[in-house]
Design a protein around this ligand. Structure first.
Ligand SMILES: NC(=O)c1ccc[n+]([C@@H]2O[C@H](COP(=O)([O-])OP(=O)(O)OC[C@H]3O[C@@H](n4cnc5c(N)ncnc54)[C@H](O)[C@@H]3O)[C@@H](O)[C@H]2O)c1
Length: 295
């Protein structure tokens, strides 16, 4: 697949701010046409002006990633405006509410899973046919997180959603490789954005009845810790520059925080040790030479 971006078209979800907006600028600098979608229409309009002022080709479309019909609309708008789609950046995501197992409302889990997982699925389902149809190949860039590579206490919903994004990416790579569509997953640690204020975009359909709401007092410590961590993060411009670099060399896993390598290598080591335990098991050890079955 060519990694030449110039003249091609990228659809970006959650493009009104943070990482999505930084990626919009970085991809536009590479000569791409940019289609920006976001649930926050006012901020989206302001954000698109910052690209237009630089002379970039950009169009916006309202997009709540949990609503598939809005994905159909943004795809239609992208094709009407620029003819073809080559890339989807599944960036929109929410942080949820850090809290204990028993202090995380079901509605919060559903919100996080719908935006972070179903939003990514819908983005791929809406855009992949459009990328396949011109035969020029393209890209899916899924924005997961280091949280997809490690569990974190009090953040199970967010971590589970991001692990799902890693897994979806790994499943789509072999499926889309024959179509020249490169699938990659971005796994940053902390980046200075407004992710810790995700509640500003929480849709009415995920509201929690007053009597079931967890007290603000209980959630305060987690919220403060999340804010402090996010505010210590790297700048979005640095992340966006790293993404362009990694896309150019066709990376599958895109890391921006090399200091976190010990996390993934520690996890791999623990998994490997568990396999050694299985190999030595009198119950299942004899399976060691069997063929691996996949489909
Ligand atoms: N900031 C970090 O430390 C960090 C680290 C790892 C991964 N990420 C991931 O990066 C992605 C972008 O987050 P960010 O850090 O820029 O946060 P952000 O809150 O600054 O930006 C998120 C954007 O998504 C939009 N959005 C929220 N819900 C939406 C919905 N239902 N439909 C469409 N748009 C919606 C928001 O309006 C906003 O413009 C997320 O997937 C997040 O999980 C962030």
């Amino acid at each position: 697949m060519s990694n030449e971006f110039k003249g091609k078209t990228a659809v970006i979800s959650g493009a009104a701010g943070g990482i999505g907006l930084a990626l919009a600028h970085a991809l536009a600098e590479q000569g791409m046409n940019i289609v920006m979608g976001d649930i926050d229409a006012v901020t989206l309009a302001e954000a698109s002006e910052t690209l237009k002022e630089k002379g970039h080709n950009v169009v916006t479309c309202p997009l709540d990633v949990t609503d598939y019909t809005q994905w159909e609309s943004i795809v239609a708008k992208a094709k009407d405006t620029f003819g073809k789609i080559h890339m989807v950046v599944n960036n929109a995501g929410v942080g949820g509410t850090p809290g204990k197992i028993e202090d995380t409302e079901h509605a919060t889990w559903r919100w996080v899973m719908d935006v972070n997982v179903m939003g990514v699925l819908y983005g791929a389902q809406a855009c992949v046919p459009a990328i396949k149809e011109h035969g020029e190949g393209g890209w899916i860039l899924n924005v997961a997180s280091m949280a997809g590579m490690m569990g974190m206490p009090y953040a199970a919903a967010y971590c589970a959603s991001k692990a799902a994004v890693v897994s979806m990416t790994e499943s789509w790579i072999p499926e889309l490789q024959p179509h020249n569509i490169h699938v990659s997953v971005l796994c940053p640690a902390f980046v200075k954005t407004r992710i810790h204020e995700s509640h500003r975009n929480r849709q009415e359909k995920y509201a929690v009845a007053k009597e079931k709401r967890i007290s603000k007092e209980k959630l305060k410590a987690g919220a403060q810790a999340a804010a402090t961590a996010v505010e210590s993060g790297i700048p979005v411009s640095m992340l966006a520059e790293r993404v362009i670099e990694a896309l150019r060399s066709n990376q599958t896993y895109i890391y921006s925080h090399p200091n976190y390598r010990k996390v993934t290598s520690g996890r791999s080591k623990a998994i490997d040790m568990a396999f050694i335990d299985a190999e030595q098991s009198p119950v299942v050890g004899h399976l060691i030479n069997d063929d691996i079955i996949t489909f």
